[in-house]
Ligand binder design. Sequence first.
Ligand code: 5AD
Ligand code: SF4
Length: 540
Amino acid sequence: MLRQWWFLRTAGAFSRAHSGCSTSSGVKPKREIPADGLQLSDFIRESTRKQRQKAIIPSIEDTREYLNPEDLNGNGRSVCYVTYGCQMNVSDMEIVRSIMTKNGFVETEKREKADIVLLMTCSIRDGAEKKVWNQLKLIKGNSVNRRQIVGVLGCMAERVRHGLLEKRNLVHLVAGPDSYRDLPRLVAVATGGSNAINVQLSLEETYADVQPIRVNADTKTAFISIMRGCDNMCTYCVVPFTRGRERSRPIESIVEEVRILRDQGYKQITLLGQNVNSYRDMSSTEFAPSTSALPGFKTVYKPKTGGLTFTSLLEKVSDAAPEVRFRFTSPHPKDFPMQLIELISSRKNLCKQLHLPAQSGDDETLERMGRGYTRDLYLRLVDDIRHIIPDVSLTSDFIAGFCGETEEAHQNTLSLIRAVRYSFCFVFPYSMRGKTRAHHRLTDDVPEEVKQRRHLDLTTVFREEALKLNESLIGTEQIVLIEGKSKRDESCSVGRIDGGEKTVFDNSELQLEPGQYAKVIITEATSQTLRAKLIGKANV
Ligand code: 5AD
Ligand code: SF4
């Protein structure tokens, strides 16, 4: 029988797409964002030429290899999956699991012995990458499998690229966020001893047809990625360079996945995207009234029109699974039209918890961050939301010590946190990232110890406010969706109320299971957790 040989292109051929801006030369270019927004060409800059210049990237001609289709089959080889970073990474690893399993690879938790170790990585701050480098050294040090292949996937793969392969003894395979379908081939290349890299970003890839293999299935909670990439270009953020341009999954594929999860007994679904509420299904033949950014909010891109928006999607998933709670993350404040807020208010299964990343409460800092809103505009949005959903829980992200942030600016952020009263905030010390506009144009001038102190200030103030909010819930009746047992006390269950606050209660009497709803009365509160008394089982 004739064997079908596949022509295989390695490294150079697959690394030529989107690479973000060129790296800094120490000279800050003066290029302005054009009035009609950034174009793809702004992202695709000289990547191929630069990559070829690197000695480890020979030209395509030099790296020809031939692969037998059988080489793409895992044939039972074991893979250990290690995930760092955000929920999107957890969700991406579920897609990777699915692709690898379909191709004959088998999951193992024994990292030292595994044939392949795949790390899903984060690049958002320098600390996140340092963690991965340390982990890579540990993996190498502890491995008892001399032929073990170690792969770096996700944002760090996209950002560091060939820099990872230079550490040839630590990393053998590099796959960016849009190349997971290519993993079996990359493993085959790495097995053959060659550089295996695919960091091509796509304008279309959403993995819509890949049915993820879910982790944490026993909690009856699941993630669904509904869109990928980000077009916002906040000046501090590397995400648009590591995850590429915004693109959304067709609405029907999402509703279908919701139905599958519903039928499998899942009770909470979190819709995920880097910019989740700017979701827009352009493939749909249905046409909802277009909702571009809120009045007053500015974007670096042209207003987007047509297609089905996030409001339509939420309406459809809410209808498809009335007994399932829906949450979503991470949104941008500009994409909260009134119809969306009203829909959330009117639907029982759309949780009254909104993440509203502010990043700063100071106008000049917000301007430098390129967030597209002022403090006042943000506060007006908060007022509108609270008017329509009075019992809403708001959460946020803040960056401490961004370029040029003065003490007064910092005080403005603290006062915003006090004014809004968030139930939770993620606070990060600023970390300068290559390729970002801040890297090109601004100076990382807030000393490290000042960043740390401001970080602590922000955390302290948000916790003070969160404690007051949580205390105000004492005595109220709430519905908790049970996720599992308390680690500290097996007789207690842990779950979340509609607003997302973690709640612990004694469940020894009714022994309700994860995925069941419990009616409780809140009895105690800290800034992080509620304690409650179980009243009975709830039907939602
Ligand atoms: N430094 C610190 N925090 C950052 N974030 C994004 N980029 C940076 C950076 N360079 C934070 C923002 C964002 C969250 C996901 O991470 O607050 O909302
Ligand atoms: Fe980064 Fe801003 Fe996009 Fe969020 S909205 S991923 S912070 S660029």
